[in-house]
Design a protein around this ligand. Structure first.
Ligand code: NAD
Ligand code: TDX
Length: 342
């Protein structure tokens, strides 16, 4: 049986990926591996761990070689899907150290163990942010897999460094690697420091929503289940050494995202939106050309933004205990540093 190590499995996308495979009853063993940083939450996997005997959880750090080796031998790991990362741009602006440690050094340690253990497949989950920013008024210009890497934040620089290491292990060591680069995700279990869950939960708490700069920055939004399905497609059908862009063909300004959430939650703009100081180095526009994964592997997104955003908002209404718990403790300190007096 295939035995897949899923790093960062207690985070937003990693837990959705595990959930998808369990719900589809894929005939694989899953080893959910996570350090449980502030962003990792075992509650994201609890119900799945109870119901699926082919799923196990191991608390561990991808920078820790001996723990990885032990897990490999104990569970007969054959493949890796590597989600684990420090993932929030604003935090990387406050302090970049943890980003270099996990996203660069952690990726190198994981690659070395995977190589020594002769892994069958290693999939690096990356981001469109490694390409930098796009011209605002030339809608025909999008990120392709050959767009040069021009990361602009410490977060995206650390992800680009991880991607380069993965590429180098293919060329130098002939490791069976795959890389995916996806646009902005949204959906259940999204940590409420990111735009959509922050705005939805702030409104539920009666707070204002902080829009950076002029609110006109553009992101290409993709429902998380579509991203997970694309990763599974690449893991099963992708060509080693290749990069696959994943996107929703769904460019939206932050202002329109905000209007959509306010409308859905019956909150008037004037009472609930506050413009705050812009993010330093804020990328203006991201857009993905996903024609390679469509033409080569037959993947296209299945969810429409108009309905999936409603499903997402409803999920936060139905899971108030989950996000209230996440928004307490360490998060409160971060929120105050990030937003008070901005
Ligand atoms: P997340 O922050 O919600 O989850 C990251 C997980 O990694 C957490 O559970 C955390 O505990 C774990 N982790 C962090 N450091 C670790 C370490 N040293 N060892 C083991 N586990 C560790 O992030 P996410 O949004 O789910 O993103 C997952 C991956 O997808 C990241 O690699 C990110 O760069 C990429 N990505 C995210 C998006 C997005 O829109 N969220 C888009 C494209 C790509
Ligand atoms: O309070 C806010 N106000 C605001 O206007 C926050 C948190 C964000 N924004 C803006 C900044 C961005 O233009 O909203 C946009 C989206 O911001 P984030 O949700 O922080 O996402 P982004 O910075 O685009 O990065 C995300 O997508 C790519 C993920 O966090 C990354 O992990 C992924 O690689």
């Amino acid at each position: 049986m295939r035995s897949i190590l899923v790093t960062g499995a207690a985070g937003f996308i990693g837990s959705n990926f595990v959930r998808m495979l369990v719900n589809r009853a894929e005939p694989v063993k899953l080893v959910a591996f996570d350090k449980l940083t502030y962003a990792g939450n075992l509650a994201n996997l609890d119900d799945l761990l109870k119901k699926d005997k082919h799923l196990v959880f191991v608390k561990g750090d991808i920078c820790d070689q001996s723990t990885l080796e032990r897990v490999w031998d104990e569970h007969g790991i054959t493949e890796v899907v590597h989600f684990a990362a420090e993932s929030h741009v604003d935090r990387s602006i406050i302090s970049s150290g943890p980003f270099i440690h996990t996203n660069v050094v952690g990726t190198q340690v994981l690659l070395d163990v995977a190589r020594a253990k002769k892994v069958d497949k290693f999939l690096q989950v990356s981001t469109d942010e490694v390409y930098g920013t796009l011209p605002y008024d030339q809608k025909e210009v999008m990120f392709t897999e050959t767009t040069p890497l021009e990361p602009n934040s410490p977060y995206s620089a650390s992800k680009a460094a991880g991607d380069c290491l993965v590429r180098s292990y293919f060329h130098t060591h002939h490791m069976p690697v795959l890389t995916t680069r996806c646009s902005n995700n949204y959906g259940p279990y999204h940590f409420p420091e990111k735009l959509i869950p922050l705005f939805v939960t702030n409104l539920m708490e009666g707070k204002k929503v902080p829009l950076y700069g002029d609110g006109l920055n553009i992101r290409d939004w993709l429902y998380v289940e579509d991203h997970c399905d694309a990763i599974w497609t690449v893991l099963n059908k992708g060509r080693f050494g290749e990069v696959y862009n994943i996107g929703g063909n769904n460019e939206i300004t932050n202002r329109v995202i905000t209007e959509t959430i306010l409308r859905e939650m019956n909150c008037p703009w004037d009472q609930h939106v506050t413009y705050v100081q812009d993010r330093a180095g804020h990328d203006r526009r991201y857009a993905i050309d996903a024609s390679k994964i469509k033409n080569e592997l037959g993947w296209t997104p299945k969810h429409r933004f108009e309905t999936a955003i409603k499903t997402t908002i409803q999920w936060y209404r139905d899971h108030e205990a989950w996000w209230r718990n996440v928004k307490s403790g360490e998060y409160l300190k971060y929120y105050e540093t990030q937003y008070v007096n901005r």
